[in-house]
Design a protein around this ligand. Structure first.
Ligand code: SF4
Ligand code: SF4
Length: 754
C-alpha cells in the first residue's frame, strides 16, 4: 500500500467514507495496525457463542424460515403497515412522523426538543440516528446529547463511528479504553479493570439520566397493530432512556415495522442468540408508549406529563424496496451474526470493513441504499466465502448482494479502449468490458488458463523474467509477494484422455466429474487423483469438458459474463443427468455454484433444481456410497500405505462447509485410518483471487494467521502433520503461510492404492 502514514495516526472518522479507495486502504492499515487483536477476540467469542447457542435450538431452521417469512411479508405490505402503525400510535396518544430523508427526521426531532426547551437529551443505542447524524445536528442547535450505552459513550468520548452493529466499540481493548479515559477526563482513579471503567462511566451516565429532559431510543422492531416497541439490550440504559425523562422520541427505519406484537417472539428467540450467543439479553423491553407511569423528577423538580414521538425514516429504504437486489437487505434484523462469522471482518472490523454507519457484509447494501453507491466500496472485502449465509437468521444471501454492488461499481467506471479490447480478447460479456482490468483478468481465469497451459513452458518462463511480476502488479494488481502456481503442460482433460478406463463399475450411481476450470488448468493431477479414488470403490466416472461455470466472473461482479457462462454449462451438465449420471465437483467454489449460486443466474428453474439436487463433492459421494455398500475404507485406502504418513491437519473449504459437504471428508479419512486434526477457522483468507490482489494481500495473510497458528499448535501438541485441504486457494494460502506441501484428500487416498 502506497501511503506512508503511521497506522496509529489514522483516525477512524477520517477513513469512514470509503468512496475514495485510499480511505479503504488506509483503514485496512489502521485496523490491522491498531484494532485487530481486540476485534478478533471479541468477534470470535461472539461467533463461538452463537454456534453453541443455536446448536441447542431444536427448531433453528424453522425459526429462521419463520423470521424470513415475517420480514418478507412485512416489506411487501409496508405501505399498509405504516398506515396501520400511524393509527395505532395516535390512538395510544403518541405522535407519528414519517421522515422522507435524514434531514427531515433530524429537523423534526430538533423542533420537538426545542419546543420542550430541552437542554440535555440522553440517547440509547440507535444506529438509525448514526445514519442521520442526529447528534451532530442537535449539537449544532445548542443541545447536549449524552450517549448512554457504554460502548457509544466510549465512542462519543473518542469521536469515532461504531465499528460493529451491536457492539459499537468492540475494536477497543480494555487498555485502550483506560488510556482514552485518562486522556479525556481528569481523574485519579486507576481505571485498570473492566469493573473500574464501568463504575466510572456509570457515575457519569447516572448524572445525565437524572438531569435529562428527553430520551431518544431506537427500536429493534415495531408492531403496527399496537404501536409497541421491542428493545433488546444488555445494560438497561435504554430502559432508563425510555422511562425516566418525560419526553421520549423513538427513531427507527421503516423496515423495522412488523404486523403484530406476536411476531416479536420469533425474533426474541433469534436475535440474542445470533448476536452475542446469549439465549436472552439482560433486558428485553416491550414498550407501549407513551407509558402510563409518571415520569421521573429530580429532587426539587416537578414531574412533567409524558409525551411520545415515533419518527420513522425512509431515507432511501423505499428505493431499496423497489430494487430487486437491495430489497433483501431490508430483511436484516441487525443481529451481527454475519459480521462475527466473517473471517475478514474478524480481522479488521467495521472501521475498514464498513462505512460511515453500517459495517460488515450486509453493510455495503445499507450504505449504498441509504447513501451513495460508492460509499459501499468496502464491500470489496466480501470474498463471497458464503460463511455468513447459513448463520443469518433471516437467510440473506449477503455475498450475492455484494457481487451485485461490485457490478454496479464496475458500471460506474470510465470506459476505455484498453479495457474493452482486453475484455473482448479474454471473454468478458460486452456489458462487463467496462470493469477494471484487474477484475477482467481474474474474472476470465478460464481464458488465461487455456492459453497459459497451451504454452506452459513459455508462460512459466515469462513469469521469471525481470520486471514480469512488477508489470503484473501494476497492470493487473497481482501482488508480487504471492507465489503464482505454474501452468501444467497437460490439462486435466488431456490427462483423463490418456488414463486407461479402469475396471467395470460395481456400484451405482454413474458419475460425471465436472472439469472445473480451476482444476483443469491449475491442478490436473489432483483431478485425476479424484477420478482414481472414485473408481477404486467401483464407480464409473467420466470427465466433462472444461468450460467456465461463472464463478470467477461472478466474484468480480461481472454478472453478465457469469450469466452467459452458467447458462452455457447448465445444459451440458443436464445432458449427463439425462444419461443417469450424478455430478461430482472437486473445487468447492464450483460446487457452490451448482448447489446454490445458479439460482441467481440460470434462466431454467427446472435445470437449476436438478443440478442443485444432483451435485456432490467427491468425498461426500465416496462416503455416501461407502455407507450404502458397507465398504471397508481401511481396506481400500489403507492409511498406513500413505507416503505422507497417517497424521493429518485437515482444512476444509468455506463454501464446502456452507454446502454441508465437509464433514464427510473427515469421516472418510478417519475411516481409512488417518489421525485427523481439523481447522476451525471460517475461511483461510485466500478466497480465490482475493489473496492475490495487491491491495488486499496484507489482509489476506493476516486472516490466514489464525489458520497458520492452528497448524503450529497441532504440530507442537503431537508432532508435524501433513497439511490437507480441499480448495485450490486454501492450498495456496497454506503453502504461503507454512511453506510446506499441501495435498488434497483425494490425492492422499489415491496415493494409498498402489
Ligand atoms: S460472504 Fe464471506 S466474506 Fe462475504 S460477508 Fe459473508 S462471511 Fe464475509
Ligand atoms: S444480514 Fe443477517 S446476519 Fe447480518 S446482521 Fe442482518 S440479520 Fe444478522
Amino acid at each position: 500500500m502506497a501511503t506512508l502514514v503511521n497506522p496509529a495516526d489514522i483516525s477512524p472518522r477520517s477513513v469512514a467514507n470509503k468512496s475514495d479507495k485510499k480511505a479503504l486502504l488506509d483503514a485496512i492499515r489502521m485496523t490491522l495496525g491498531v484494532q485487530s487483536p481486540a476485534v478478533r477476540l471479541n468477534t470470535q467469542t461472539f461467533n463461538r457463542n452463537r454456534y453453541a447457542a443455536t446448536s441447542v435450538l431444536p427448531d433453528y431452521d424453522a425459526l429462521k424460515d419463520r423470521a424470513r417469512q415475517i420480514k418478507e411479508n412485512a416489506i411487501s405490505n409496508l405501505p399498509e403497515l405504516l398506515r396501520h402503525l400511524e393509527a395505532s400510535v395516535v390512538a395510544n396518544g403518541g405522535h407519528f412522523y414519517l421522515a422522507k430523508t435524514a434531514a427531515d427526521a433530524n429537523a423534526y426531532i430538533r423542533d420537538v426538543l426545542l419546543r420542550h426547551e430541552v437542554k440535555l437529551v440522553v440517547k440509547g443505542k440507535s444506529i438509525t440516528s448514526e445514519e442521520t447524524r442526529l447528534n451532530h445536528d442537535l449539537e449544532a442547535a445548542g443541545l447536549t446529547v449524552a450517549e448512554t450505552d457504554l460502548a457509544e459513550f466510549i465512542l462519543q468520548v473518542a469521536d469515532e463511528q461504531p465499528s460493529h452493529i451491536i457492539a459499537p466499540a468492540l475494536h477497543y481493548s480494555r487498555e485502550r479504553i483506560t488510556a482514552l479515559f485518562k486522556r479525556k477526563f481528569t481523574t485519579d482513579l486507576p481505571l485498570d479493570t473492566g469493573e473500574e471503567l464501568t463504575v466510572f462511566a456509570r457515575e457519569k451516565l447516572r448524572e445525565q439520566f437524572i438531569a435529562a429532559d428527553a430520551g431518544i431510543s431506537g427500536a429493534n422492531l415495531i408492531a403496527a397493530d399496537s404501536g409497541s416497541l421491542m428493545l433488546v439490550e444488555s445494560e438497561g440504559n435504554i430502559r432508563m432512556t425510555t422511562t425516566l425523562p418525560p419526553l421520549h422520541i423513538a427513531i427507527a427505519g421503516i423496515e423495522k415495522v412488523v404486523p403484530s406484537r406476536t411476531d416479536f417472539g420469533t425474533f426474541i428467540e433469534l436475535l440474542p442468540r445470533s448476536g452475542t450467543g446469549q439465549p436472552l439479553t439482560s433486558y428485553v423491553s416491550i414498550l407501549h408508549p407513551p407509558i402510563k407511569a409518571p415520569s421521573f423528577a429530580a429532587p426539587g423538580k416537578v414531574a412533567k406529563p409524558r409525551e411520545f414521538h415515533m419518527v420513522l425514516i425512509d431515507n432511501g429504504r423505499s428505493r431499496m424496496r423497489e430494487d430487486p437486489v437491495l430489497r433483501e437487505a431490508l430483511y436484516c434484523i441487525r443481529c451481527s451474526a454475519c459480521l462475527n462469522s466473517c473471517a475478514n471482518f474478524e480481522t479488521v472490523g467495521g472501521h475498514a470493513f464498513g462505512g460511515e454507519t453500517y459495517s460488515g457484509g450486509i453493510g455495503g447494501s445499507w450504505e449504498a441504499g441509504t447513501g451513495t453507491l460508492m460509499n459501499a466500496r468496502f464491500s470489496e472485502l466480501c470474498t463471497a466465502c458464503s460463511r455468513c449465509v447459513p448463520n443469518c437468521p433471516v437467510r440473506i444471501d449477503i455475498p450475492w448482494l455484494n457481487e451485485n454492488l461490485r457490478q454496479r461499481m464496475n458500471f460506474e467506471q470510465p470506459r476505455s479502449a484498453a479495457k474493452a479490447a482486453f475484455g473482448d480478447m479474454t471473454g468478458s460479456a460486452p456489458e462487463d468490458r467496462v470493469a477494471p482490468l484487474q477484475k477482467q483478468f481474474f474474472g476470465n481465469y478460464s481464458t488465461l488458463g487455456k492459453w497459459g497451459t497451451r504454452f506452459a513452458g513459455l508462460s512459466n518462463a515469462s513469469m521469471s523474467l525481470p520486471g514480469a511480476r512488477a508489470f503484473m502488479e501494476r497492470v493487473f494488481g497481482v501482488d508480487r509477494r504471492r507465489t503464482l502456481p505454474r501452468f501444467p503442460r497437460k490439462t486435466w482433460e488431456r490427462l483423463y484422455r490418456e488414463e486407461p478406463r479402469g475396471l467395470p463399475a460395481k456400484f451405482r450411481p454413474s458419475l460425471v466429474m465436472l472439469a472445473d476450470v480451476f482444476t483443469n488448468y491449475g491442478a490436473p493431477e489432483r483431478g485425476m487423483a479424484a477420478i482414481r479414488m472414485l473408481r477404486a470403490i467401483g464407480l464409473d466416472v467420466v470427465l466433462s469438458p472444461a468450460i467456465p461455470d461463472g464463478r470467477a466472473a461472478m466474484s468480480q461482479g461481472m454478472m453478465e459474463t457469469a450469466r452467459i457462462q452458467a447458462n452455457a454449462i447448465a445444459p451440458m451438465l443436464r445432458q449427463y443427468l439425462r444419461e443417469g449420471r450424478k455430478i461430482v465437483v472437486l473445487e468447492p467454489s464450483s460446487l457452490a455454484m451448482l448447489r446454490s449460486d445458479f439460482k441467481h443466474l440460470l434462466d431454467d428453474e427446472e435445470t437449476r433444481q436438478l443440478l442443485a439436487q444432483n451435485s456432490f463433492e467427491p468425498l461426500e459421494m465416496l462416503w455416501n456410497v461407502a455407507q450404502e455398500q458397507k465398504l471397508d475404507l481401511k481396506r481400500i485406502f489403507p492409511a498406513r500405505k500413505s507416503k505422507h504418513g497417517t497424521k493429518l491437519f485437515y482444512h476444509s473449504h468455506c463454501q464446502q462447509r456452507t454446502c454441508n459437504s465437509a464433514t464427510q471428508t473427515i469421516d472418510v479419512l478417519r475411516a481409512a485410518g488417518f489421525d485427523v486434526v481439523t481447522s476451525s477457522v471460517e475461511c483461510c483468507g485466500m478466497a480465490g483471487s482475493f489473496g492475490y490482489k495487491h491491495d488486499y494481500y496484507d489482509l489476506s495473510m493476516a486472516v490466514g494467521e489464525d489458520l497458520f497458528a492452528q497448524v503450529r499448535r497441532a504440530d507442537q501438541e503431537s508432532g508435524p502433520r501433513i497439511l490437507v485441504a480441499s480448495g485450490i486457494s486454501c492450498h495456496e494460502q497454506l503453502f504461503a503461510g507454512m511453506g510446506r506441501e499441501v495435498v488434497h484428500p483425494a490425492e492422499l487416498l489415491a496415493g494409498t492404492l498402489s
